[in-house]
Design a protein around this ligand. Structure first.
Ligand code: 4GX
Length: 257
């Protein structure tokens, strides 16, 4: 998997690329992630990348020529999928992350100011992606979010324990609560079942907690979560207990695989 990032602030990426999951993935040769300075693709002495908007209105707009030169140089050969991070984009979610990971060669374009000249989008961008409905100052943090999420989908990047338990088994539900030492914190004890050593009971408790958390905090996720008959019985019981309507009726009846 290769990810290239174009930005006017390459220094923002230093520790991100060196540290933790992404750093290890690069060191082990599982990922190739590089950062490229947009100003290297300017052709004036001032290395300028922005100008006033036609039509007025204030703010600055990133000019097209450096972007077109950068994308042409970096995506030559046509293999890379070119993504512009922007609040106008489609919202990033788990399905989109998996789809991008499967592309294998990504070019992430990080805009600043009011955005980029519309002709960049038209001529040099395959897809616009947003990480959420809020406004940031640039596409750099969204690019890191996307790069980290995509890296986790590359085989070998995330350790076995994490991938197997986290992704396949509970896919589509919120997480269950986690506890570690000490056994008591300010009068709050660890649930006894977790100390019982009874693995089947622990699994059942965790599944129930995940179902309850999802019903309470993100009932919308239940429509697409992979639920078996036992999950549905549990959910009905939890819903009755907390006096809540089950949002399953009308949802997609086929659990995702
Ligand atoms: N999810 N921003 C990008 C400048 C910009 C605007 C339009 C290209 C086109 C954001 C987000 C986000 C702020 C990054 C505006 N560049 N990006 N920037 N939320 O808010 O992705």
């Amino acid at each position: 998997m290769r990810i290239r990032i174009v930005t006017i602030f390459p220094e923002l990426f230093g520790p991100f690329l060196e540290t933790s999951l992404v750093g290890r993935a690069r060191q082990e040769g599982l990922m190739e992630i590089t950062v490229h300075d947009l100003r290297d693709f300017t052709d004036d002495a001032h290395k300028s990348v922005d100008d006033e908007p036609y039509g007025g209105g204030g703010g600055m707009v990133m000019t097209a020529p450096p972007w077109l030169a950068a994308v042409r140089a970096l995506a030559a050969g046509g293999g890379a999928w070119r993504v512009l991070l922007s609040p106008q984009g489609r919202r990033l979610d788990d399905a989109k992350v998996r789809e991008l990971a499967a592309r294998d060669d990504l070019l992430l374009l990080c805009g600043r100011y009011e955005g980029v000249d519309e002709r960049v989008r038209r001529l040099a961008v395959d897809e616009e992606i947003s990480i959420g409905d809020f406004v940031l100052s640039g596409g750099e943090l969204p690019a890191m979010v996307l790069a980290e999420a995509v890296s986790r989908q590359v085989p070998g990047v995330v350790g076995l324990q994490d991938s197997v338990v986290n992704d396949s088994f509970r896919r589509g539900l919120l997480d269950y609560p986690h506890y570690t030492r000490p056994r008591e914190v300010e009068g709050h004890a660890v649930p006894a079942v977790l100390l019982s050593g009874h693995h089947a009971k622990i699994e059942a408790w965790r599944r129930r907690q995940a179902l309850a958390a999802t019903l309470e905090k993100r009932p919308d996720l239940l429509a697409t979560a992979a639920l078996d008959a036992r999950d549905r019985r549990e959910l009905a019981a939890i819903a009755a207990e907390i006096g809540r309507e089950l949002p399953l009726a009308g949802g997609d009846p086929s659990p995702r695989t």
